[in-house]
Design a protein around this ligand. Structure first.
Ligand code: NAI
Length: 469
C-alpha cells in the first residue's frame, strides 16, 4: 500500500480499543479510533464496570449507614435513600471518566471518529456518522475491538424496564420490590447486591448447582454463604422454563435443571445475566471471510491477527476472559507486535474480581482445575477472622487460599474472598508473573496491621507454619 490516512484504524473505543490507540500513538503510529459513542470507554465505562462500581459503592454506604455504623458507636437516624441523586452521581462519574478518555486520545494525537465502522476491504474502513454522512479511512492496519453484548435467553424479550440486562439494571427509576436475577455470575451477584442493599427482595436463579462457575469452588461456596447472610436468595440447579410479563409484574416458571416439577417466581423486574457474546455485527466480517470459532469469537494468531491479513482483533470479541483489563493488555500486546516489539498476554494470569462485599478475587488455577489435570499441589488458607486489620474494620468474612505446586512450591493459583480482595490480588498476579514460590510471598515483609498479612499467612500455611492461627 502506498498511501494511507492512518497506520492504524481501531474500531471500538472500549478498554481494548482506546488503550491500543494510546499505545500505538506512543509508538509513533498515526491512529484513528472509531466508535459509535461519543463518550469513549465502551461498555466498561458507559454501561458496565464503572457505573456498576459507582452504584456498588453508594449502596454499600447506604447499607453501612443503616446496619454497620452503630457497631462503631456512630449513631445515625433517619437514613433515607435518594435514588435519583445516587443515579446522578453515577452518571457524573461516567461522564467525567468518559471525557477523561477523550482527553487522553486528543493529547496523544489520536483522531476520534464518531460513527459506525465497517471494513469495506483490505485497509479500508467506512464510517457512517450519526448524521448519516460517511467517511472512508485508509489504514495500514485495522484493529477490531468491538467487545461484546449480553447473551439473550430465548423466550425473554428485554425491554430494559421490566426485563433488563445489566444496562437497564444500572438505571432503574425505583427500587423494585422483588428482583429476580437469572445467572449467578459477576453481573448477577454485583447488581443483585446493589438492589438488595437498596431494599429489593432479590432471588438469583442459577442453572448450575453452584455460583460463580470458573471460580474456585470453596471460595464460591463461602461467598454464597456470606451473600445469603446479606439477604440474597439462591435457587441453584434451576432453570427458567417460561416468563410472562404483564402490567402487574413478571411471573417466571422455574424448574429443576435436571427436570421435574418446578415453582413460579414473581418479580417486578427480571435481570438477565447469563453471560456475554462477541459483538461484531455489521462490520462486514462475513464478506471478508474472517474466521470464527464454534462460539462465535474471532480467531486470532499469536500476533492477534485474524484469518485475514492486516485485520487484527482483541478483547471480548476474541477468546479468553471477557474482562476490561484483559482487553487492555491484548490491545497493547497487539500494537507493540505491530511496531516490531514482542507482546503476549497469558490468560492464566489475568485476575478476575467480583465487586460484591466482601470482594471475590482470583488469579491462576483453581483447585478443581489442578485436580482435573492431575497436578500435585499444597494448599495454604488463612481466614480474615484471624487478621488484625480485618478485625479493626469489622470485616472478617472470607479467607485467602493459595495453591502451590507440591514439588517446587511455585504458586499456581490464589483465591481470595475478603475485604479489598480486588486490590490484594495484584500481589498474587505479580507473584505468578515472576514465577514466585509460596515461600517467596511468606518471606516478603507485609505491613502491619494490613489485610495483606492474610496473604503472607496463607503462604506460610502452604508449609504448615502460619503464625497467627
Ligand atoms: P457469567 O458468565 O459470569 O455468568 C453467567 C451465569 O449465568 C453463569 O453462572 C451461568 O451458569 C448462568 N446461566 C447461563 N444460562 C442460564 C440459564 N438459562 N438460567 C440460569 N442461569 C444461567 O456472565 P455475566 O455475569 O452475565 O457477565 C458477563 C461477562 O462480563 C462475564 O465474562 C463476566 O466475567 C464479565 N463481568 C465481569 C465483571 C467483573 O469482573 N467484576 C463484572 C460484570 C461482568
Amino acid at each position: 500500500m502506498t498511501e494511507v490516512d492512518f497506520d492504524l484504524v481501531v474500531i471500538g473505543g472500549g478498554p481494548g480499543g482506546y488503550v491500543a490507540s494510546l499505545r500505538a500513538a506512543q509508538l509513533g503510529m498515526s491512529v484513528a479510533c472509531v466508535d459509535l459513542r461519543e463518550s469513549l470507554g465502551g461498555t466498561c465505562l458507559n454501561v458496565g464496570c464503572i457505573p456498576s462500581k459507582a452504584l456498588l459503592r453508594s449502596s454499600e454506604l447506604f447499607a453501612e449507614a443503616q446496619h454497620g455504623l452503630a457497631a462503631h458507636g456512630v449513631k445515625v437516624g433517619g437514613v433515607e435513600l435518594d435514588l435519583a441523586a445516587m443515579m446522578a452521581r453515577k452518571d457524573d462519574v461516567v461522564a467525567k471518566l468518559g471525557a477523561g478518555v477523550g482527553g487522553l486520545l486528543k493529547k496523544a494525537g489520536v483522531r476520534q471518529v464518531v460513527g459506525k465502522g465497517r471494513i469495506a476491504g483490505a485497509g479500508l474502513v467506512d464510517v457512517e456518522r450519526p448524521d448519516a454522512t460517511s467517511e472512508s479511512l485508509r489504514a495500514r492496519h485495522i484493529l477490531i475491538a468491538t467487545g461484546s453484548e449480553p447473551t439473550r435467553l430465548p423466550g425473554l424479550s428485554v425491554d430494559e424496564k421490566q426485563i433488563v440486562t445489566s444496562t437497564g439494571a444500572l438505571a432503574l427509576e425505583r427500587v423494585p420490590e422483588r428482583l429476580v436475577v437469572i445467572g449467578a455470575g459477576a453481573i448477577g451477584l454485583e447488581l443483585g447486591s446493589v438492589w438488595s442493599r437498596l431494599g429489593a427482595e432479590v432471588t438469583v436463579v442459577e442453572i448450575l448447582d453452584h455460583i460463580l462457575p470458573g471460580m474456585d469452588r470453596e471460595i464460591g461456596k463461602a461467598a454464597q454463604r456470606v451473600l445469603r447472610k446479606q439477604g440474597l436468595r439462591f435457587e441453584l440447579a434451576t432453570k427458567v422454563a417460561s416468563v410472562e410479563a404483564g402490567p402487574a409484574g413478571v411471573t417466571l416458571q422455574t424448574e429443576p435443571a435436571a427436570g421435574g416439577a418446578g415453582k413460579p417466581l414473581e418479580a417486578e423486574v427480571v435481570l438477565v445475566a447469563v453471560g456475554r457474546r462477541p459483538f461484531t455485527e455489521g462490520l462486514g466480517l462475513e464478506e471478508l471471510g474472517v474466521a470464527r470459532d464454534e462460539r462465535g469469537f474471532l480467531q486470532v494468531d499469536g500476533a492477534y491477527q485474524t484469518s485475514v491479513p492486516g485485520i487484527f482483533a482483541v478483547g471480548d470479541c476474541v477468546p479468553g476472559p471477557m474482562l476490561a483489563h484483559k482487553a487492555e493488555e491484548e490491545g497493547v500486546a497487539c500494537v507493540e507486535t505491530l511496531a516490531g516489539q514482542r507482546g503476549h498476554v497469558d490468560h492464566d494470569r489475568v485476575p478476575s474480581v467480583v465487586y460484591t462485599w466482601p470482594e471475590i478475587a482470583s488469579v491462576g488455577r483453581t483447585q478443581e482445575q489442578l485436580e482435573a489435570d492431575g497436578i500435585e499441589f499444597r494448599t495454604g488458607k488463612f481466614p480474615f477472622t484471624a487478621n488484625s486489620r480485618a478485625r479493626i474494620s469489622g470485616e472478617t468474612d472470607g479467607m485467602v487460599k493459595i495453591l502451590a505446586d507440591a514439588a517446587s512450591d511455585r504458586v499456581l493459583g490464589v483465591h481470595i474472598l475478603g475485604p479489598l480482595a480486588g486490590d490484594l490480588i495484584a500481589e498474587a498476579v505479580v507473584a505468578l508473573e515472576f514465577g514466585a514460590s509460596a515461600e517467596d510471598i511468606a518471606r516478603s515483609c507485609h505491613a502491619h496491621p494490613s489485610v495483606s498479612e492474610a496473604l503472607k499467612e496463607a503462604a506460610l500455611a502452604v508449609d504448615g507454619r502460619a503464625l497467627h492461627i
